[in-house]
Design a binder for this molecule. Structure first.
Ligand SMILES: Nc1nc2c(ncn2[C@@H]2O[C@H](COP(=O)(O)OP(=O)(O)O)[C@@H](O)[C@H]2O)c(=O)[nH]1
Ligand SMILES: [Mg+2]
Length: 280
């Protein structure tokens, strides 16, 4: 992403150099930082005594928040995790990647096909469940997603499975019905198991720029989120949207998606990410 190569070599004076700062501002907007993060970054650079690559990295790190903490584990299994997001952002793929991640930690997993809206969504998740050799709960098309989630938690309790990952439908984030549906899934899961859901993770596509910020705000207003998964960072030269997203919803970034295979999930590391954004 190499922000420094675009701005650093033009740096001629103290942080307050106006023409230089205007260039920095243009480059940050171009990299999808969004207005608020761009302005804060420029403002902090203008006050810095010394400006170099490390200064810019440090300013970005501070805006990215803490490293991705490990996924919750309920004292009394099962742990229930809901995966939210607009269609096509990478929810189902992220569910599969998370299942792989949890299995590596020795946890047994059940995948629940709560996206009963999109044709083929249940089948897509079933294929992942077979490949990962995890338990699976699906339903007939147009079934109530909340009832799928309820049945999944039920099955996990009965079968002694450690973690339930619930894939959900993601129609337009402006769809009021979708919001009610999400709230209902949260409510119903909590009724079946006190303390659930233990994680509510929102999946956002880094390639759609400021659109992802609007999605994040809409979902955060509908349900209490515990973390973000930002996908498709392999497909963008930008990546500043990660800074903008974190800023927009004040929810920690937990994982980054960096490709289409099961291995392409990274626990979020702000120092590493800022380095990639600024210096690589
Ligand atoms: N390049 C890339 N593609 C991804 C990533 N995550 C998901 N995808 C692809 O994005 C498309 C939509 O993913 P899917 O999981 O079906 O999205 P959903 O509609 O939110 O469930 C699929 O072609 C995935 O392979 C990622 O991190 N990088
Ligand atoms: Mg899906």
């Amino acid at each position: 992403m190499g922000l420094w190569t675009k701005v650093g070599r033009f740096f001629t004076g103290p942080g307050g150099d106006r023409a230089w700062l205007e260039n920095v501002q243009r480059q940050l907007v171009e990299a999808d930082f969004g207005v608020a993060a761009t302005n804060e970054t420029v403002e902090r650079l203008s006050r810095a005594d010394k400006v170099d690559q490390a200064t810019l990295e440090r300013i970005v790190v501070e805006q990215l928040g803490p490293p991705g903490t490990p996924l919750a584990r309920a004292a009394q299994p099962p742990t229930v995790m809901l995966i939210f997001g607009v269609n096509g952002t990478g929810k189902t793929t992220s569910v599969a990647k998370l299942a792989q991640h949890l299995k590596r930690e020795g946890r047994s997993v059940l995948l629940a096909a709560g996206d009963t809206f999109r044709a083929g969504a249940t089948e897509q998740l079933k294929i992942w469940a077979d490949r990962l050799a995890t338990a699976f709960v699906g339903a007939s098309p147009r079934a109530d997603p909340a009832s799928v989630a309820f049945d999944a938690v039920d099955a996990a309790v009965t079968r002694g499975i450690d973690t339930v990952l619930v894939d959900t439908a993601g129609r337009l984030h402006t769809d009021e019905r979708l919001r009610e549906e999400l709230k209902k899934v949260v409510r119903v899961v909590g009724k079946r198991l006190a303390g659930a859901p233990h994680e509510s993770l929102l999946v956002l596509d880094a390639t759609v720029g400021q659109n992802a910020v609007r999605q994040a705000e809409a979902f955060a207003a509908a349900v209490p989120l515990t973390g973000l998964i930002v996908t498709k960072l392999d497909g963008t030269a930008k990546g500043g949207s990660v800074v903008a997203l974190r800023r927009a919803v004040q929810v920690p970034i937990r994982f980054l998606g960096t490709g289409e295979t099961l291995e392409d999930l990274e626990p979020f590391d702000p120092v590493r990410f800022a380095h990639r954004l600024v210096s690589d």
